[in-house]
Design a protein around this ligand. Sequence first.
Ligand code: ZN
Ligand code: ZN
Length: 282
Amino acid sequence: MKIGCHVSVAGGIQKAFERASILQCEAIQIFTQNQRQWKSIAYDPNTVQEYQIKRKHYHFGETPVIAHASYLINLCAQEREKLEKSRRAFLEELKRCDVLGIDGLVIHPGAHGGKGSDWGIGVIAESINRALASYDAQVKILLETTAGQGTGIGSRFEHLQQIIERSGQQSKLGVCVDTCHIFAAGYDIRSAAGWEKTLKKMEDTFRIETIEAFHLNDSKKELNSFRDRHAPVGEGFIGLESFSLLMRMNQFKETPGILEVPGGDTVFMKNIELLKSMRGKS
Ligand SMILES: [Zn+2]
Ligand SMILES: [Zn+2]
């Protein structure tokens, strides 16, 4: 796996690469704008140019860079106004990603607000179709597995499979597997046998080959807690063994693995080093 972390863009997107270089990232995730604001920003052409220059300067030309969509977006919001707002913001996310040459846009599928997963999945599929009908996005849309908090969709692998199937956008969609979320949602990945079972389930639903990224987070909450609380690697209920097994899986050799753990850059740096060291062991 290519190991990296979520990198801050405080002060501008062009600042990401210097930070990623210090952290020794082999893969990078960013927000393309403030993730808690609706209003879409238009990039100054100079900023985009500087972003590309810095990317080369810090030798990240070949490094996978993915973006995480705003947390405000809900592609199956019940309220019409919220849904329209979400669809607009999603479209802007796709466009910003293409301006920056981003490889994948990670998005939480949505929350149905009580109307049921089946209804939500249909609306999400339609939201994706609308966006792609109005704009030919180059960036891949990566549906993230979720912890199943509240009415969130994406805690069952079948949800993601159904979104992909019902939208008919197989070539434009991929999956981002968050280890904390799948564990909280009941997929026990603590042992080799547990991983084997989980991988089989992935293959039987959205298929392993659709996995374009991992989020590498331990979990502060237990199996089946349905709570989304990230912990540094080895400091949660998942434990080191699980990550060590994942780091040695050959089929994910080229896949970006992004840490989203609390504790800031010191913890990121330690965790990146730790995960890299696990790859070599057998
Ligand atoms: Zn996420
Ligand atoms: Zn995540």
